[in-house]
Design a protein around this ligand. Structure first.
Ligand SMILES: [Fe+2]
Length: 296
């Protein structure tokens, strides 16, 4: 039985002790230098996967970003052992989205917030996915940063779970209810349903015993279970995110930098580029599988 089930106190305590042991304190501890993203060495693979196993995320930094002519994410993630791409609707044929203003492969998505320059609050990716097809890993690669802004905050959802379980167990219980959060259907321009309504928990435990989180801090296009305990739980969660500074990482992906993660909570600051000049280009790939814990 997973240590993350609420009635499994003994195993939870040992899971938490292990989790907190040697937990990284700075963004620098997450960074792995990568010589050739199309041919990761066993050492690079193990360095990335070890960090993901500990803190659900790792950053890579290419030694020679100027040598890279194409997006290295598909090759790099395949080498790490994740393959089941979530071909979400804004993505190209290989399931990779170019997050540049106006960069969606499908025109109706060009105005969606990831493809614009606005700031984005705390969320996990694919919070509107079907519950049996969660986005388990999220990877980014920065080809060109914005002239100004575009920093990310990153927060391991396991730490949010620990804070809730230790300090607000009743709130955690409410957020694990299978009908706590509903994302309304998305309608296509012709009025047909492009994506049906999705209902599910904020936190749940996968069949493999890992924690998954589905969340957006948005207040529009989201409906919470209509009861006082849920409202209180959501407010407690939002407060934890507002106070996240001691447990979150913050940084900007520069040219040749990337993120590998088990779909951790993240934000993005607004950014800007000079009119008519080069624009920020960030590639994103989402997968239905989670990063393996051992060498791939
Ligand atoms: Fe995101």
């Amino acid at each position: 039985m997973s240590a993350l089930f609420l009635d499994n106190e003994a195993e939870y305590l040992s899971w938490k002790t292990e989790k907190q042991h040697h937990y990284p304190h700075s963004l620098a501890e997450l960074v792995v230098e990568v010589e050739d993203p199309f041919a990761l060495t066993p050492h690079e693979v193990s360095a990335l996967l070890t960090r993901c196993a500990k803190s659900n995320m790792a950053l890579f930094r290419l030694t020679h970003p100027e040598r890279i002519q194409e997006n290295p994410l598909p090759a790099l993630t395949a080498r790490l052992g994740i393959h089941q791409v979530d071909k979400n609707l804004g993505a190209d044929g290989d399931g990779v989205s170019a997050l540049t203003p106006g960069g969606s492969a499908h025109a109706p998505f060009a105005h969606y917030i990831p493809y614009r320059e606005a700031a984005i609050g705390w969320h996990t990716d694919g919070y509107y996915n079907p519950i049996d097809q969660p986005v388990q890993s999220l990877c980014l690669y920065c080809e060109r940063p914005a002239q100004e802004g575009g920093e990310n905050e990153l927060l391991d959802h396991d730490l949010v779970y620990i804070r809730l379980r230790d300090q607000h167990p009743e709130a955690l219980r409410a957020l694990m209810e299978p009908d706590v959060m509903t994302i309304p259907a998305r309608l296509a321009e012709d009025g047909t349903i492009a994506r049906p309504e999705r209902t599910g928990p904020v936190f749940f435990v996968t069949a493999a015993g890992h924690l998954q989180m589905r969340f957006t801090n948005r207040t529009k296009s989201i409906r919470w279970r209509d009861e006082a305990a849920t409202q209180t739980a959501v407010e407690i969660l939002r407060q934890i995110l507002r106070d996240a500074e001691p447990i979150r990482f913050r940084g900007r992906l520069e040219q040749g930098w990337g993120l590998i993660s088990n779909n951790v909570l993240h934000t993005r600051a607004g950014f800007s580029d000079p009119p008519g000049g080069l624009r920020r280009v960030l590639y994103r790939a989402r997968y239905f599988d989670r990063l393996p814990t051992g060498a791939a």
